[in-house]
Write a protein that binds this ligand. Structure first.
Ligand code: AMP
Length: 366
């Protein structure tokens, strides 16, 4: 069985690493040269919307999925026209690519969000700031990731400045600034037969908009909070007739959950599942898109995941520590770039975090 993946970054690489033991072969479509996924399958180098590249990519592929949510609709339409199944469904991509459509979908499903207003010009921004107050967060509706395409507005002076940097496309949203207690996320998977399985809520720490650390499972989650997160992601999966892994990022405020955004793909806050869950998010995504039975999402060992960002730390201590797993993406060092991650697994309560903090400190992980 050959799986086609749109995008050849680290998520594609880890899908391949999960799929090879299952007897799968992989082909990736990727515009950049020598991407991380090259180690685990063929790479067709080309633009996502280029019909010639798509034809070479799609030849002999049984199913197509993606590891990058800004895949142009033209690419998935081309594949559909040529009779190639694409999962998750392109409609889910369309929702996830537009922060306004995403918020409206949350609203229809009774999923609470931060207050927000669409913004299309500078006068509209000023009116929205008037209504939501400061601080607030201005975000482009499309193509934002890792904190890019957004700005926190704290003063009136920030308003004009943010409009200058972000306003160009004229399609934005302004959100009320949430003083959250913490950030959580939930990753779940839905099979072609509609079966759904969710991993436990995890706690995420972002620095400068980039995920630094995930604690899995999140400590001290009240059962009704886990149940509400599962209700929310189930509603999303079902309403989108979704197949594959979906991530939902949440703010926890006074025991309530507000939805921030979805990612229609395997997600950085699910990387802990490679070593800490019975079935990884990568394997479960493949099982789902192939129409196979889903694997257990139960926790095998509590795990803390640390992203390695910008430059690699000293690896010796990380490699030497029992229960600690290094995953590198074969990418060159560059500020803000995700180069790999470390999963620290420990059975005893709180020990994964205590060990991880010590180890990262000793290894020079900021
Ligand atoms: P996003 O790209 O929407 O995931 O935003 C990146 C990060 O910015 C989030 O993980 C939060 O840490 C922060 N953030 C985004 N939106 C808000 C908000 N409305 N209020 C407070 N912090 C936010």
């Amino acid at each position: 069985v050959r799986v086609g993946v749109l995008g050849g970054g680290q998520l594609g690489r880890m899908l391949g690493l999960a799929g090879v033991p299952l007897g799968l072969r992989f082909r990736f479509l990727e515009p950049a040269p020598s991407p991380p996924a090259a180690a685990v399958g063929e790479v067709v180098r080309g633009e996502y919307a280029d019909p010639d590249a798509l034809a070479r990519f799609a030849d002999g592929v049984d199913v197509v999925t993606f590891e990058f949510e800004n895949v142009p609709a033209a690419a998935t339409e081309w594949l559909r026209r040529h009779g190639i199944p694409v999962f998750p469904p392109p409609a889910a991509l369309a929702v996830a690519q537009d922060r306004l459509a995403e918020k409206e979908a949350f609203g229809r499903l009774g999923i609470p969000t931060p207050p927000y207003l669409p913004v299309s010009d500078e006068a509209g921004l000023r009116a929205a700031v008037e209504r939501l107050g400061l601080p607030s967060v201005l975000k482009t509706r499309r193509m934002g990731y890792d904190g890019k395409g957004q700005a926190v507005l704290r003063t009136q002076a920030d308003v004009a400045l943010a409009w200058e940097t972000l306003g160009g496309g004229g399609e934005l949203i302004l959100e009320g600034f949430i003083r959250f207690d913490r950030e959580l996320s939930i990753v779940a998977v839905r099979g072609r037969d509609g079966a759904i399985s969710a991993y436990p809520l995890v706690e995420n720490l972002h620095v400068g908009g980039i995920l630094r650390r995930t604690v899995a499972p999140a400590a001290g989650v009240a059962p009704p909070v886990q149940a509400e997160a599962e209700r929310q992601i189930r509603a999303l999966l079902e309403s989108l007739d979704y197949v594959g892994v979906l991530a939902l990022e949440l703010f926890e405020v006074g025991g309530r959950l507000l939805a921030n955004e979805i990612a229609p793909r395997v997600h950085n806050s699910g990387h802990w599942t490679q070593d800490g869950a019975h079935t990884s998010q990568f394997e479960n995504h493949l099982r789902a898109v192939l129409g196979w039975p889903l694997g257990s999402t139960a926790v095998r060992e509590p795990t803390v995941m640390y992203n390695l960002i910008g430059e690699l730390p000293r690896l010796h201590g990380i490699l030497a520590e029992t229960g600690t797993h290094l995953h590198l993406y074969d990418k060159g060092e560059r500020p803000g770039r995700k180069l790999g991650h470390v999963n620290v697994c420990r059975a005893e309560e709180g020990m994964a975090l205590a060990t991880g903090e010590r180890l990262m400190g000793e290894s020079g992980v900021p």
